[in-house]
Design a protein around this ligand. Structure first.
Ligand code: 5RP
Length: 229
């Protein structure tokens, strides 16, 4: 049985979808609930095209009969609906718990609007309790991890923990064939500045900080009510 807060947020997001839209389709359990609901609307006659942010979302959407395309074919998207691991002040986000942060950021950046859907527990006073995912290339990953660690220390994070994400005893690989460092930081006082600083580290592909990208959020509470930010 799915989380009622996630379900409520996912269903409420359908109200933002209009016939003929090109949509970015997010990744994760909340985005999957939205894709399920969208699939039902498509079966009922809604015409949309979707650009999935992961292989998992592509497989789900395909199975539901949602027409898919590439960003190259679609051009600018009308709306992206995606989940988040943390939602902070100004709709700054941490994403990438599911490892899809790179495609998610490219798709969101190619959209006129990004709508975040999440259960209400994801709203925080400051980002950082959730370890920040940072996508890095495989080649020389240890040296990149050392540079990330040094950059974090230089930015004033005391004793940051930078850990290579593993799955089933092997390094986790993203859909783009990269690795992920999960960086436990405590509190992130300036998410936009951290995003810029980490993206300047050699070997880093992208960070899970989404600052100035999301335009709105729908938070679902355990009782099924929703709050719009
Ligand atoms: C995947 C993500 C997800 O949106 C994020 O991890 C939230 O997932 P969920 O809806 O399962 O809590 O960023 O890379």
């Amino acid at each position: 049985m799915s989380d009622p807060g996630k379900q409520a947020a996912a269903l409420a997001a359908l109200e933002a979808v209009e016939d003929g839209m090109a949509l970015g389709l997010g990744t994760g359990s909340t985005a999957a609930l939205f894709v399920d609901a969208l699939g039902a609307r498509v079966k009922a006659g809604l015409r949309v095209t979707g650009v999935p942010t992961s292989a998992a979302t592509a497989a789900q959407a395909e199975a539901l009969g949602i027409p898919l395309t590439s960003l190259e074919e679609a051009g600018r998207l009308d709306l992206t609906v995606d989940g988040a691991d943390e939602i902070g002040p100004g709709l700054a986000l941490i994403k990438g718990g599911g490892g899809a942060l790179l495609r998610e950021k490219i798709v969101a950046a190619s959209s006129a609007r990004m709508l975040v859907i999440a259960d209400s527990s994801k709203q925080v006073a400051a980002l950082g309790a959730f370890a920040l995912p940072v996508e890095i290339v495989r080649f020389g990953w240890r040296s990149t991890a050392d540079r990330v660690d040094a950059a974090l220390a230089g930015l004033g994070f005391s004793a940051p923990s930078v850990v290579l994400r593993m799955r089933h005893g092997a390094p986790f690989l993203t859909d783009e064939g990269h690795l992920i460092l999960d960086c436990a930081l405590g509190t992130i006082p300036d998410p936009a500045a951290l995003d810029i600083a980490l993206n300047a580290v050699t070997g880093v592909v992208e960070t899970g900080i989404f600052a100035g990208i999301a335009g709105a959020a729908i938070l679902g509470a355990p009782d099924g009510s929703v709050t719009r930010l």
